[in-house]
Design a protein around this ligand. Structure first.
Ligand code: ZN
Length: 462
């Protein structure tokens, strides 16, 4: 049973803590049994950094970070930095941390904290390893320091993220990840759940920070890596994803940041998100949307979508398997599906025969591509179509989406939406919450056209 649980990575644990002295091996074994594939155990001073390295040396699936916690900043002198520099050479040390500022408990003078943080960021840059940042009641200064020191060049994570949404967005903009612990399960913690709801899972990690911060179910008791599952389940609930989605994406993120774990890097032509199956049939597109350039790694929700060839119908059928197991099948992928109109029609017919709901996500310019109204050809085959409107007017559309039909592109999208109503039961215009996009104005255009409107979170594909 246990082996079928989706694999999670606990990216922040303190396994060297004395709280584990009686049962450390059993704790690690329990983590394995409950599907925790990797654990990153994090140092707080020189001694615990060394203990973390020792644990990593002993266990295949444990990795270490070395650093001096803000509470111990007073000890972060030149000699200590030299020691860390030596320590991080150990093969399983994947980050410098935890480092940062703690203006809540103020266990070290603030000046010492700033100095220690700065020195360790510089060390991380020197050795080319990401940082694990502790920030408590020091949000503005932490951000400022990350900027001043150009910490983005090595990247890292704000662990136990406790800032507001503005801070979250600023950190993501800098290229940092945000990590969430078991506190997300506390009934009163709606604020952190709002942040999780608002930001992309592509920038999230999960952690326990054990032995501290137990999830609600074990509140007041010692925390341990196996409990990272409760955090992942809560994120899934908040973001309306499956636990498999959360596991796949956060593990991918941990791999991208720390180089730990295994990810499936083979191209997916049919991939699952929630209970929907998405089909990736072409990487070609009629637009070159500027927000799309952000996904230049071709990875969507942890799925690799860069095609080396466009799949034919037989390949797609075999990748789909039994379509009846999905709530709907969506032509989406990393490109414009209606560029493969014949394939869409043929495959939709096959899917409809089996009673499966079919949806198309499109940029709405197919009638320009074919020089005719193609929508009647989809009648009876497609249940829903979602058209990217993205802008309230021609100029802003062209700026954002860079249609190859230039000025004709936007008008074509609007006409497509209107014509679609005659042929497809459910027609939705969508817009991405990209900076500068006037969502309310887009909503008004959709209502003038007489179609539903949906907002897509920027950086939330699928
Ligand atoms: Zn910690």
């Amino acid at each position: 049973m246990t082996t079928q649980q989706p694999k999670l990575i606990d990216t922040h644990a303190h396994l060297d803590g004395s709280q584990f002295n009686q049962d450390r091996e059993e704790t690690i074994a329990r983590a394995h049994e409950s599907g925790i594939s990797k654990i990153l155990t994090v140092g707080c001073d020189l001694e615990s950094s060394q203990s973390s390295i020792d644990l990593a040396a002993k266990h295949k699936d444990i990795y270490a970070a070395v650093g001096i916690h803000p509470h111990d900043s007073a000890k972060c002198n030149e000699t200590a930095i030299d020691r860390l520099r030596e320590m991080q050479k150990q093969p399983k040390v994947v980050a410098i941390g935890e480092i940062g500022l703690d203006f809540f408990r103020n266990l070290a003078p603030r000046d010492k904290q700033r100095e220690a943080f700065r020195r360790q960021i510089r060390l991380a840059k020197e050795v080319g390893k990401p940082i694990i940042v502790h920030d408590r009641d020091a949000h503005d200064e932490v951000l400022q320091m990350l900027r001043e020191e150009n910490a983005a060049s090595v990247g890292g994570v704000l662990h136990c993220f406790s800032g507001d949404l503005k801070m979250a967005r600023a950190c993501i903009e800098l290229g940092f990840y945000l990590s969430f612990p078991g506190t997300i399960t506390y009934p009163k913690n709606e604020e952190v759940r709002d942040i999780v709801r608002a930001i992309s899972i592509d920038r999230m990690l999960v952690e326990t920070d054990c032995p501290y911060l137990s999830p609600q179910k074990f509140r007041g008791k010692r925390n341990e890596p196996a409990y990272v599952r409760y955090t992942a389940e809560k994120i899934a609930e908040v973001k309306s994803l499956s636990i498999e989605d959360v596991a796949r994406v956060t593990s991918r993120n941990a791999f991208d940041l720390f180089g730990i774990g295994d990810v499936n890097q083979s191209t997916q032509i049919a991939y699952k998100i929630r209970d929907s199956l998405y089909l990736n049939i072409t990487n070609r597109c009629t637009n070159t949307c500027i927000f799309c350039a952000k996904f230049d790694d071709f990875v969507v929700k942890g799925h690799e979508l860069k095609l080396d060839h466009e799949p034919d119908i037989e390949e797609l059928k075999s990748a789909i398997g039994d379509p009846g197991q999905y709530e709907e099948v969506v032509f989406c992928g990393y490109g414009e599906p209606l560029l493969k109109l014949d394939l869409v029609i043929e495959l939709s017919r096959w899917l409809k025969k089996q009673g499966v709901k079919v949806r198309i996500n499109t940029d709405g310019q197919a009638n320009m591509v074919y020089g005719r109204n193609i929508l009647p050809e989809l009648t009876g085959l497609v249940d829903a179509i979602s058209v990217s409107l993205n802008a309230p007017d021609r100029e802003s559309y062209q700026k954002l989406c860079q249609s190859k039909f230039v000025d004709g592109g936007y008008q074509a999208v609007k006409e497509f939406l209107v014509l679609a109503k005659d042929c497809i039961p459910e027609v939705v215009a969508s817009a991405v919450t990209y900076p500068g996009v006037d969502i309310d104005a887009c909503r008004r255009v959709a209502s003038e056209l007489g179609v539903e409107f949906r907002v897509r979170e920027y950086q939330e594909v699928g």
